[in-house]
Design a binder for this molecule. Sequence first.
Ligand code: AP5
Length: 215
Amino acid sequence: MDIILLGPPGAGKGTQAALLEDKYGMVQLSTGDMLRAAVKAGTEVGLKAKALMEAGELVPDEVVSGIIGEKLDDLGPEQGVIFDGYPRTAAQAVSLDEILAARGRKLDHVIELVVDEDALVERITGRFTCGNCGEGYHDTFKKPAKDNVCDVCGASDFKRRPDDNEETVRTRMSEYRAKTQPILPIYEERGIVTKVDGMGSMDEVSKAIAAALAT
Ligand code: AP5
Protein backbone atom coordinates (compact mmCIF):
# COMPACT_ATOMS: atom_id res chain seq x y z
CA MET A 1 0.00 0.00 0.00
CA ASP A 2 1.34 3.46 -0.94
CA ILE A 3 -0.22 6.46 0.81
CA ILE A 4 0.21 10.24 1.14
CA LEU A 5 -0.14 12.05 4.46
CA LEU A 6 -1.18 15.59 3.62
CA GLY A 7 -1.60 18.48 6.03
CA PRO A 8 -0.10 21.82 7.08
CA PRO A 9 3.07 22.15 9.15
CA GLY A 10 2.55 20.60 12.57
CA ALA A 11 -0.56 18.66 11.52
CA GLY A 12 1.09 15.46 12.78
CA LYS A 13 2.31 13.91 9.50
CA GLY A 14 5.67 12.83 10.92
CA THR A 15 4.10 11.60 14.17
CA GLN A 16 1.53 9.48 12.35
CA ALA A 17 4.02 8.23 9.75
CA ALA A 18 6.20 6.84 12.57
CA LEU A 19 3.16 5.08 14.08
CA LEU A 20 2.23 3.62 10.68
CA GLU A 21 5.78 2.32 10.25
CA ASP A 22 5.48 0.47 13.59
CA LYS A 23 1.97 -0.80 12.95
CA TYR A 24 2.18 -1.91 9.31
CA GLY A 25 5.90 -2.17 8.53
CA MET A 26 5.56 0.64 5.99
CA VAL A 27 8.46 2.99 5.19
CA GLN A 28 8.16 6.76 5.76
CA LEU A 29 9.58 8.91 2.96
CA SER A 30 9.79 12.43 4.40
CA THR A 31 11.23 15.00 2.01
CA GLY A 32 11.74 17.34 5.00
CA ASP A 33 13.91 14.71 6.76
CA MET A 34 15.81 13.97 3.55
CA LEU A 35 16.51 17.66 2.96
CA ARG A 36 17.61 18.21 6.58
CA ALA A 37 20.02 15.24 6.20
CA ALA A 38 21.37 16.80 2.98
CA VAL A 39 21.84 20.18 4.71
CA LYS A 40 23.69 18.47 7.59
CA ALA A 41 25.91 16.54 5.17
CA GLY A 42 26.61 19.71 3.14
CA THR A 43 25.70 18.04 -0.19
CA GLU A 44 24.79 19.98 -3.34
CA VAL A 45 21.07 19.41 -2.60
CA GLY A 46 21.64 20.61 0.97
CA LEU A 47 23.34 23.79 -0.22
CA LYS A 48 20.37 24.56 -2.50
CA ALA A 49 17.84 23.82 0.24
CA LYS A 50 19.29 25.42 3.39
CA ALA A 51 18.27 29.08 3.06
CA LEU A 52 14.86 28.24 1.57
CA MET A 53 14.05 25.88 4.45
CA GLU A 54 15.16 28.39 7.06
CA ALA A 55 12.85 30.96 5.46
CA GLY A 56 9.94 28.47 5.36
CA GLU A 57 9.81 28.50 1.55
CA LEU A 58 9.59 25.47 -0.73
CA VAL A 59 12.66 23.86 -2.27
CA PRO A 60 12.50 23.56 -6.13
CA ASP A 61 10.25 20.77 -7.41
CA GLU A 62 12.95 18.97 -9.42
CA VAL A 63 15.20 18.71 -6.36
CA VAL A 64 12.60 16.97 -4.18
CA SER A 65 11.16 14.79 -6.94
CA GLY A 66 14.70 13.62 -7.75
CA ILE A 67 15.38 12.49 -4.19
CA ILE A 68 12.01 10.75 -3.88
CA GLY A 69 12.69 8.70 -7.03
CA GLU A 70 16.13 7.70 -5.72
CA LYS A 71 14.71 6.61 -2.34
CA LEU A 72 12.00 4.49 -3.98
CA ASP A 73 14.66 2.70 -6.02
CA ASP A 74 16.23 1.51 -2.76
CA LEU A 75 12.97 -0.26 -1.76
CA GLY A 76 11.48 -3.54 -2.92
CA PRO A 77 8.31 -3.40 -5.07
CA GLU A 78 6.19 -4.89 -2.26
CA GLN A 79 7.35 -2.36 0.35
CA GLY A 80 4.49 -0.02 1.28
CA VAL A 81 5.43 3.65 1.48
CA ILE A 82 4.11 6.71 3.35
CA PHE A 83 4.81 9.96 1.52
CA ASP A 84 5.21 12.61 4.25
CA GLY A 85 5.52 16.21 3.03
CA TYR A 86 5.49 15.19 -0.66
CA PRO A 87 3.92 16.12 -3.03
CA ARG A 88 3.56 19.79 -2.09
CA THR A 89 2.82 21.40 -5.47
CA ALA A 90 0.86 20.53 -8.62
CA ALA A 91 4.14 19.85 -10.45
CA GLN A 92 5.24 17.45 -7.69
CA ALA A 93 1.88 15.65 -7.90
CA VAL A 94 2.45 15.09 -11.63
CA SER A 95 6.01 13.90 -10.96
CA LEU A 96 4.82 11.49 -8.28
CA ASP A 97 2.37 9.87 -10.70
CA GLU A 98 5.21 9.43 -13.21
CA ILE A 99 7.65 8.15 -10.58
CA LEU A 100 5.14 5.57 -9.32
CA ALA A 101 3.99 4.46 -12.78
CA ALA A 102 7.60 3.95 -13.89
CA ARG A 103 8.05 1.55 -10.97
CA GLY A 104 4.72 -0.29 -11.38
CA ARG A 105 3.26 1.31 -8.23
CA LYS A 106 0.10 3.30 -7.55
CA LEU A 107 -1.36 5.46 -4.81
CA ASP A 108 -3.94 3.72 -2.64
CA HIS A 109 -4.92 6.44 -0.15
CA VAL A 110 -4.44 10.13 0.56
CA ILE A 111 -5.06 11.02 4.20
CA GLU A 112 -5.75 14.72 4.75
CA LEU A 113 -5.09 15.74 8.35
CA VAL A 114 -7.57 18.53 9.09
CA VAL A 115 -6.36 20.84 11.84
CA ASP A 116 -7.04 24.16 13.47
CA GLU A 117 -4.20 26.43 12.32
CA ASP A 118 -4.14 28.37 15.59
CA ALA A 119 -3.09 25.22 17.43
CA LEU A 120 -0.25 24.51 15.02
CA VAL A 121 2.06 27.28 16.17
CA GLU A 122 1.97 25.83 19.71
CA ARG A 123 2.59 22.33 18.37
CA ILE A 124 5.55 23.41 16.27
CA THR A 125 7.27 25.81 18.63
CA GLY A 126 7.10 23.14 21.40
CA ARG A 127 8.58 20.37 19.26
CA PHE A 128 12.02 18.82 19.85
CA THR A 129 13.73 15.56 18.90
CA CYS A 130 16.41 13.29 20.27
CA GLY A 131 19.67 14.19 18.51
CA ASN A 132 20.81 10.57 18.79
CA CYS A 133 17.86 8.41 17.64
CA GLY A 134 15.45 11.03 16.22
CA GLU A 135 12.51 10.25 18.52
CA GLY A 136 10.07 13.20 18.50
CA TYR A 137 8.84 15.00 21.62
CA HIS A 138 6.81 18.05 22.63
CA ASP A 139 7.12 20.43 25.60
CA THR A 140 3.45 19.87 26.49
CA PHE A 141 2.01 16.98 24.48
CA LYS A 142 4.79 14.39 24.62
CA LYS A 143 7.45 14.95 27.27
CA PRO A 144 10.16 12.34 27.91
CA ALA A 145 9.22 10.17 30.94
CA LYS A 146 12.41 11.35 32.68
CA ASP A 147 13.43 15.00 32.22
CA ASN A 148 16.15 15.46 29.60
CA VAL A 149 16.52 11.70 28.89
CA CYS A 150 15.26 10.10 25.66
CA ASP A 151 12.69 7.35 26.36
CA VAL A 152 13.98 5.29 23.45
CA CYS A 153 17.79 5.44 23.59
CA GLY A 154 18.64 7.16 26.91
CA ALA A 155 20.59 10.02 25.26
CA SER A 156 20.38 13.58 26.63
CA ASP A 157 21.13 15.44 23.41
CA PHE A 158 17.89 17.10 22.25
CA LYS A 159 17.50 19.35 19.19
CA ARG A 160 15.05 21.95 17.87
CA ARG A 161 14.64 22.72 14.16
CA PRO A 162 15.87 26.16 12.97
CA ASP A 163 12.56 26.66 11.08
CA ASP A 164 10.39 25.98 14.14
CA ASN A 165 9.91 29.62 15.14
CA GLU A 166 6.63 31.50 14.87
CA GLU A 167 7.60 33.76 11.95
CA THR A 168 8.83 30.88 9.77
CA VAL A 169 5.84 28.73 10.74
CA ARG A 170 3.50 31.45 9.41
CA THR A 171 5.39 31.44 6.07
CA ARG A 172 5.23 27.62 5.94
CA MET A 173 1.48 27.78 6.53
CA SER A 174 0.92 30.30 3.78
CA GLU A 175 3.03 28.16 1.39
CA TYR A 176 0.77 25.21 2.30
CA ARG A 177 -2.43 27.18 1.64
CA ALA A 178 -1.15 28.63 -1.65
CA LYS A 179 0.63 25.63 -3.19
CA THR A 180 -0.25 22.38 -1.43
CA GLN A 181 -3.94 22.57 -0.53
CA PRO A 182 -4.85 23.21 -4.21
CA ILE A 183 -3.55 19.74 -5.20
CA LEU A 184 -6.19 17.92 -3.12
CA PRO A 185 -8.84 17.95 -5.91
CA ILE A 186 -6.46 15.87 -8.09
CA TYR A 187 -6.84 13.03 -5.59
CA GLU A 188 -10.48 13.77 -4.69
CA GLU A 189 -11.39 13.16 -8.33
CA ARG A 190 -9.82 9.71 -8.01
CA GLY A 191 -11.92 8.99 -4.88
CA ILE A 192 -8.88 8.19 -2.70
CA VAL A 193 -8.97 11.05 -0.16
CA THR A 194 -10.08 10.56 3.44
CA LYS A 195 -10.28 13.58 5.74
CA VAL A 196 -9.15 12.78 9.28
CA ASP A 197 -9.61 15.10 12.25
CA GLY A 198 -6.03 15.89 13.29
CA MET A 199 -7.04 17.71 16.46
CA GLY A 200 -7.67 14.57 18.54
CA SER A 201 -5.01 12.87 20.64
CA MET A 202 -2.18 11.13 18.75
CA ASP A 203 -3.88 7.79 19.52
CA GLU A 204 -7.29 8.96 18.27
CA VAL A 205 -5.76 10.26 15.03
CA SER A 206 -3.88 7.01 14.57
CA LYS A 207 -7.08 4.96 15.00
CA ALA A 208 -8.94 7.16 12.49
CA ILE A 209 -6.14 6.67 9.94
CA ALA A 210 -6.17 2.89 10.50
CA ALA A 211 -9.94 2.88 9.89
CA ALA A 212 -9.47 4.87 6.65
CA LEU A 213 -6.77 2.49 5.40
CA ALA A 214 -9.02 -0.52 6.08
CA THR A 215 -11.65 0.72 3.60
P1 AP5 B 1 8.79 19.31 6.62
O1 AP5 B 1 9.86 18.73 7.45
O2 AP5 B 1 7.98 18.42 5.75
O3 AP5 B 1 7.86 20.18 7.59
P2 AP5 B 1 6.28 20.48 7.60
O4 AP5 B 1 5.46 19.99 6.47
O5 AP5 B 1 6.24 21.93 7.84
O6 AP5 B 1 5.79 19.55 8.66
P3 AP5 B 1 6.31 19.39 10.09
O7 AP5 B 1 7.43 18.38 10.13
O8 AP5 B 1 6.60 20.71 10.70
O9 AP5 B 1 5.01 18.86 10.81
P4 AP5 B 1 4.32 17.46 10.88
O10 AP5 B 1 2.99 17.54 10.20
O11 AP5 B 1 5.22 16.32 10.47
O12 AP5 B 1 4.06 17.43 12.44
P5 AP5 B 1 4.71 16.54 13.60
O13 AP5 B 1 4.21 15.13 13.49
O14 AP5 B 1 6.18 16.74 13.69
O15 AP5 B 1 9.38 20.45 5.67
C1 AP5 B 1 10.29 21.43 6.15
C2 AP5 B 1 10.78 22.28 4.99
O16 AP5 B 1 11.46 21.45 4.02
C3 AP5 B 1 9.68 22.99 4.18
O17 AP5 B 1 9.31 24.23 4.79
C4 AP5 B 1 10.39 23.17 2.83
O18 AP5 B 1 11.31 24.23 2.88
C5 AP5 B 1 11.18 21.88 2.68
N1 AP5 B 1 10.42 20.83 2.00
C6 AP5 B 1 10.07 19.61 2.53
N2 AP5 B 1 9.39 18.86 1.62
C7 AP5 B 1 9.30 19.64 0.50
C8 AP5 B 1 8.69 19.44 -0.77
N3 AP5 B 1 8.00 18.32 -1.06
N4 AP5 B 1 8.79 20.43 -1.66
C9 AP5 B 1 9.47 21.56 -1.41
N5 AP5 B 1 10.06 21.83 -0.22
C10 AP5 B 1 9.97 20.88 0.72
O19 AP5 B 1 4.00 17.21 14.86
C11 AP5 B 1 4.36 18.51 15.31
C12 AP5 B 1 4.40 18.52 16.85
O20 AP5 B 1 3.08 18.32 17.34
C13 AP5 B 1 5.27 17.41 17.46
O21 AP5 B 1 5.96 17.92 18.56
C14 AP5 B 1 4.27 16.33 17.90
O22 AP5 B 1 4.72 15.67 19.08
C15 AP5 B 1 3.01 17.16 18.18
N6 AP5 B 1 1.80 16.44 17.80
C16 AP5 B 1 1.60 15.68 16.68
N7 AP5 B 1 0.36 15.16 16.66
C17 AP5 B 1 -0.27 15.64 17.78
C18 AP5 B 1 -1.58 15.49 18.34
N8 AP5 B 1 -2.52 14.73 17.72
N9 AP5 B 1 -1.86 16.14 19.49
C19 AP5 B 1 -0.92 16.91 20.12
N10 AP5 B 1 0.33 17.08 19.66
C20 AP5 B 1 0.66 16.47 18.49
